[in-house]
Ligand binder design. Structure first.
Ligand SMILES: Cc1cc2nc3c(=O)[nH]c(=O)nc-3n(C[C@H](O)[C@H](O)[C@H](O)COP(=O)(O)OP(=O)(O)OC[C@H]3O[C@@H](n4cnc5c(N)ncnc54)[C@H](O)[C@@H]3O)c2cc1C
Length: 274
């Protein structure tokens, strides 16, 4: 991973890959931050028959073709979960777990996003609630924590927290969780039971996009964009399912392409201004 890219794309589904290929064609440096391929909507599709040029392919096959194409394109594929996109000097800083890079423009291609947080999650984020054990685990060394999340990453994080001396309650089921506390979170409520904790690690594939990019306009289950895929935050673009219905491959690929062209134009105009 480089310190700086022209464009960082969050999400390695068809929208993100399409955006990356266009940025590369335009001579830009690109990083795609991507959860495992199996987390994309496409991967779950049994058979695709309406994508031009591909008579029939399973979602798994098409996902693997996309990732291979991305890997040989010149874009950097960074495995992991983007946790935050923050304005930084002339562009943005992007945190991926405990690592960090920066860029001139960002494309959010995170797939269908759900903004609904657990009660208390937003309120106690940074005050007992964390999305990353590698980043924040040491603050809870020897203490009692909960890890909420199924998946491989949640398992690794729980193991890591145990390895540094934490007592770990593992919660792998979907359900109604609530975080309570005073100044800091001190209780996790699940299935009517209260668990006294010092910290809660919530490990989901996606981070709420409005938490990922502070100030992003979000309405009716989608990031608000114009036809150039610009969001209300200058330099941040969105494409694919996260930018709204219809949830279809051709639409996601097309929007990835438009978002990339807009991101490249944005970077070029910023360079001319200097
Ligand atoms: C069962 C099923 C069948 C379908 N069948 C069809 C069909 O036949 N034809 C059709 O046209 N469409 C179909 N679709 C819809 C199609 O799959 C989606 O519209 C398309 O995959 C959307 O692409 P995307 O790139 O926007 O999102 P996704 O494919 O969801 O990719 C987004 C990726 O970004 C990752 N991500 C999210 N947040 C972060 C983060 N913070 N950091 C790192 N990575 C992140 C996600 O984990 C995911 O891997 C189907 C969908 C499903 C679920």
């Amino acid at each position: 991973m480089k310190d700086r890219y022209d464009v960082v794309i969050v999400g390695g589904g068809i929208a993100g890959v399409s955006g990356a290929l266009t940025c590369i064609n335009r001579g830009k440096t690109v990083a795609v931050i991507a959860n495992g391929v199996e987390t994309s909507s496409l991967y779950k599709a049994e058979m695709i028959r309406n994508y031009p040029g591909v008579a029939a392919a399973s979602g798994k096959e098409l996902s693997e073709m996309l990732i291979r194409q991305l890997e040989s394109s010149g874009a950097d594929l960074i495995h992991g979960r983007a946790l935050s996109v923050m304005p930084l000097g002339d562009g943005f800083g992007v945190a991926i777990g405990s690592e960090f890079t920066s860029c001139g423009a960002v494309i959010i291609a995170a797939g269908i996003t759900r903004e609904k947080l657990y009660p208390g999650e937003g309120e106690y984020l940074g005050r007992g609630v964390s999305y990353c054990a590698t980043c924040d685990g040491m603050l809870y060394r020897g203490k009692t924590v909960a890890v909420v999340g199924a998946g491989e990453e949640a398992g690794h994080d729980a193991d890591f927290l145990e390895s540094i001396g934490c007592t770990v309650h593992r919660f792998e089921k979907n359900g109604k969780y609530e975080i309570r506390g005073g100044v800091k979170a001190d209780t996790l409520v699940y299935a009517g039971e209260e668990y006294k904790i010092d910290g809660v690690f919530i490990i989901k594939d996606t981070v709420s996009v409005t938490k990922l990019v502070p100030g992003l306009d979000y309405a009716d289950g989608a990031i608000v964009t114009d036809r150039q895929m610009r969001t209300n935050v200058p330099g941040v673009f969105a494409a694919g399912d996260c930018a709204g219905k219809p949830y279809q491959l051709a639409k996601a690929a097309g929007e990835g392409n438009i978002a990339a062209l807009s991101a490249c134009a944005y970077i070029d105009s910023r360079k001319k201004e200097k």
